[in-house]
Design a protein around this ligand. Structure first.
Ligand code: GLA
Length: 388
């Protein structure tokens, strides 16, 4: 909280110093996902929550036509002479903002000149959705400033589209949804087909959520991510020929996959099998959450990791080692890689009394194998995007 206050103060001071007027202040959180990975773009279930790693934005309309964007943490700025001429930039971080502004324009909203200073403490490339936080924070801020009155689901969809078009990652809706719809002390189960959702209490005082950052930045991730998505679509195309009701892998069963296995490449078969199983795991895991059975919940997490590692093939040696180091330690309910994969963090559910020992053991094991200690974060669950 203290950190967050001083961060907000620093962003506000920077904005005032540069632009000499009062901005709107918005915060946008990153997310964890307890279970349900690579299911969102397959119409399946996810179980994320917004966390106390956030990005703070100071945004204001400047009364002219230019855009002035400032990445506070990088001490970099990008200026554009006319907001009407937005297009993808070779400045990587700016694309998340420009992509969002372009979404407003595509909906017929004229975007006037604006200024934006943003910065935060969400580790980048760590699978905790710093990019979604950037998109959702600006989408929320512009919606307020331009008085466009768009609802949160529309903002989430616009943020997702910004990622597709300006960052080239054909992501699902989970990250943007979690950043906007997060609720303090609750995880949210989202049905990514109907977009129905339900909150489940999750008390991080009773069970800690500890993230262990492998430090491997998923640089190849966007290409591999898009390939996974295509492989799932290939599977659906085959199954659909036999059963038109199968629109996404959410509609398929293991029996469907088995029946048409000969028509699927071995890779596509494994990818699809993982997704169908992972969907079922989310439902089972939610049941365990409702009955308070964290041990059984944790078993679903381990199974999720195994599927991501062996069948979906989005893990890496570092993530596997972190999960293995956690497994069997006292007080650990479950562990798995989190997010898109190819690096980033593992998520671990740990009994509070054992957290220190957990961090010490996992860090030592990781250091022995990879010569560096992982960063670890104990996260709490907070509200989604809002005005500060
Ligand atoms: C990334 C994407 C999400 C989701 C996860 C994997 O975080 O942005 O939409 O697909 O990977 O579950």
């Amino acid at each position: 909280m203290l950190m967050s206050l001083s961060l907000t103060a620093a962003i506000l001071a920077d904005f005032r110093h540069r632009f000499a007027y009062e901005p709107l202040l918005v915060r946008a959180p990153g997310r964890v996902n307890l279970i349900g990975e690579h299911t969102d773009y397959n119409g399946g279930f996810v179980l994320p929550a917004a966390i106390d790693k956030e990005i703070v934005f100071a945004v204001g309309l400047n009364g002219a036509s230019h855009l002035r964007l400032v990445a506070y943490d990088l001490s970099e700025t990008l200026t554009l002479t006319d907001a009407a001429d937005i297009s993808p930039s070779d400045v990587h971080w700016a694309n998340y903002l420009l992509g969002v502004a372009a979404q407003f324009q595509q909906r017929g909203v004229a975007v006037p000149g604006f200024d934006c200073v943003f910065g935060g403490n969400i580790p980048v490339g760590a699978g905790v959705s710093s990019s979604a936080a950037v998109e959702c924070g600006l989408a929320f801020a512009l919606n307020q400033l331009l008085e466009t009155g768009l609802d949160k689901l529309t903002l989430a969809r616009m943020a997702q589209q910004a990622e597709h078009t300006y960052a080239g990652v054909k992501c699902g809706i989970m990250d943007q949804f979690a950043s906007l719809f997060g609720r303090a002390g609750q995880v949210v189960r989202l049905d990514c087909r109907s977009l129905d959702y339900a909150y489940f209490p999750f008390d991080t005082q009773a069970c800690r959520i500890v993230l262990c950052n492998s430090g491997v930045k998923h640089s190849l991730a966007s290409t591999a991510y898009n390939t996974r998505r295509q492989e799932c679509e290939q599977g659906v195309a085959v199954l659909q020929q036999h059963n038109p009701a199968i629109q996404t892998l959410r509609d398929a069963t293991l029996a469907d996959l088995e029946a048409h296995r000969a028509e699927l490449s071995p890779t596509v078969y494994r990818r699809c099998t993982y997704v169908v199983q992972e969907n079922a795991r989310v439902e089972t895991a939610c049941h365990h959450l409702e009955t308070g059975n964290l041990t059984a919940f944790g078993q679903e997490m381990y199974a999720s990791h195994a599927g991501l590692r062996d069948d979906y093939e989005v893990s890496c040696a570092e993530l596997d080692a972190l999960v293995e180091a956690a497994r069997g330690l006292p007080g650990v309910f479950g562990a798995r890689m989190m997010g898109g994969g190819f690096g980033g963090c593992t998520i671990n559910l740990v009994a509070p009394a054992q957290v220190d020992e957990f961090i010490a053991s996992v860090s030592a094991a990781y250091e022995e194998q990879f010569g560096r200690r992982p960063e670890t974060y104990q996260t709490t669950i907070v509200d989604g995007v809002g005005v500060v």
